[in-house]
Design a protein around this ligand. Structure first.
Ligand code: SF4
Length: 188
């Protein structure tokens, strides 16, 4: 939103991992076309980004795109990685006219590919998040810091964001407004 960026150990490790797949290129391995650093966009949804790797799997004379996103850690409890991948699938479907039923997340820590089916639930969740993001961008206002403070520990933007400092005035403002409202009610 504010186009801020800061590096920490986790982002640096992510960069090192992505250096393999960030360069745009196309090659064929064991009969499968593999595109790296592939720019993606969906005019229908108004989103754009870049896929780490897209394989084009042959089936019944057609090539089905199969997006693969590289992640430095391991499989997580939340679904953010899956949502990112599903957004890539939407773009590929829009760009190629082919349905994209599945993709995969490759986690460097476990060195494993985890298959991600783009089922109805994940598609709905992803569309919902795209819509929420559009609302945030249209508001032109940076959202407040997360209430999940555990998420801030590994965030490279911590020093720029200063979530604790920001939340203090908000709390004070809320208390002030509550006091004013109560006083107003007493007066009426
Ligand atoms: S420091 Fe916390 S609130 Fe701020 S951007 Fe990072 S995760 Fe979000």
């Amino acid at each position: 939103m504010e186009r801020l960026w800061a590096e920490n150990r986790f982002t640096a490790e992510g960069h090192a991992l992505h250096s393999v797949v960030d360069k745009p290129g196309m090659r064929k391995t064991k009969g499968v076309r593999r595109a790296t650093g592939l720019p993606l966009a969906s005019t229908k949804l108004g989103i754009a980004g870049m896929a780490d790797l897209v394989e084009f799997h042959q089936k019944d004379g057609y090539e089905t795109p199969y997006p693969i996103e590289y992640k430095r850690g391991k499989s997580k409890l939340h679904r953010a990685d899956e949502v990112q991948l599903c957004a890539q699938a939407f773009c590929l479907e829009d760009m190629t006219g082919q349905s994209v039923p599945e993709g995969a997340l490759f986690y460097a820590e476990t060195k494993r590919r985890v298959a991600v089916p783009f089922d109805k639930e994940l598609r709905e969740l992803t569309l919902n998040i795209i819509s929420q993001l559009k609302t945030v961008f249209a508001s032109m206002q940076t959202p407040p810091p997360t209430t999940r403070t555990d998420r801030c520990r590994a965030c490279s933007l911590y020093d720029l964001c200063r979530p604790k400092d920001i939340s203090k005035p908000v709390k004070a403002w809320r208390e002030h407004m509550t006091k004013l409202t109560l006083e107003e009610k007493e007066f009426l």
